[in-house]
Design a binder for this molecule. Sequence first.
Ligand SMILES: Cc1cc2nc3c(=O)[nH]c(=O)nc-3n(C[C@H](O)[C@H](O)[C@H](O)COP(=O)(O)OP(=O)(O)OC[C@H]3O[C@@H](n4cnc5c(N)ncnc54)[C@H](O)[C@@H]3O)c2cc1C
Length: 49
Amino acid sequence: MANIQSSETFDVCIVGSGAGGGMAAKILTDAGANVIMLEAGAAWDVNDQ
Ligand SMILES: Cc1cc2nc3c(=O)[nH]c(=O)nc-3n(C[C@H](O)[C@H](O)[C@H](O)COP(=O)(O)OP(=O)(O)OC[C@H]3O[C@@H](n4cnc5c(N)ncnc54)[C@H](O)[C@@H]3O)c2cc1C
């Protein structure tokens, strides 16, 4: 589990980057919100497929 320390603040925290979370992130960021997303699944390397 990553332990990231940051003082940045966000408008919205989305838990889970699945179908619902991904769509929520697109709509909210398109509307200008500063969004952070937390995902519990395994890391996925686009270059390792
Ligand atoms: C085998 C299979 C085939 C399917 N085929 C289709 C299809 O062909 N067409 C279709 O429309 N639907 C299909 N579905 C259904 C579709 O996948 C779901 O309806 C959809 O993914 C639900 O979206 P969701 O955002 O609610 O959850 P998910 O997409 O499951 O996303 C949830 C995310 O939250 C993360 N998460 C969970 N707990 C935590 C936590 N505590 N902290 C951080 N992250 C967390 C998970 O890792 C995951 O990434 C299929 C489902 C399965 C299982």
